[in-house]
Design a protein around this ligand. Structure first.
Ligand code: FEO
Length: 164
């Protein structure tokens, strides 16, 4: 049985993961309309991963005797200020998600909920990977500058393939 505090923090995370999915979907759609097919593909895949993260929380809460609540989601932005800034925004968002995952780890320990503590470790590892993957994209974008976007757009999917 889940303690109420744990159920609440896990339910709050449903909203954060779902918003992440919508945010990356909005970014993907924007990149698609700007002609960046490769970047769009990377972001569409990221949106799907976030949806899967959200589902993991829904199932875990219910499995543990809680009630997963599907929240309203804030509308993400529709337009973005260039590719470099977009990925800076992705990194900042992932850092925010990492800190909310850390809050869950800390609360699970405080409440002696070792099952939740154990389960959430998957997300701890996932966040390290996600931040590193976005950081490596930003590093490459810095090297390229604003030119060569065509090449970057073509190469980004191979980049994902080598990291995942
Ligand atoms: Fe599910 Fe990218 O955090």
């Amino acid at each position: 049985m889940l303690a109420k505090k744990i159920e609440k923090i896990l339910n709050d995370q449903i909203e954060k993961e779902g918003y992440s999915s919508n945010l990356y979907l909005a970014m993907a759609s924007w990149a698609d309309t700007e002609g960046f097919a490769g970047i769009a593909q990377w972001l569409f895949a990221q949106a799907e991963e976030e949806l899967m993260h959200m589902m993991k929380f829904v199932h875990f809460i219910n499995e543990r005797g809680g009630h997963a609540i599907v929240p309203a989601f804030e509308q993400p932005p529709a337009k973005f200020d260039g590719i470099k800034k977009l990925f800076d925004q992705v990194l900042k968002h992932e850092q925010y998600i990492s800190s909310s995952i850390n809050d869950i780890v800390a609360l699970a320990l405080k409440e002696n909920d070792f099952a939740t503590h154990n389960w959430i470790q998957w997300f701890v590892t996932e966040q390290v990977e996600e931040e590193a993957s976005v950081q490596s994209i930003i590093d490459k974008l810095k090297m390229l500058g604003d030119k060569n976007m065509y090449m970057f757009d073509r190469d980004i999917m191979t980049l994902r393939g080598s990291e995942k």
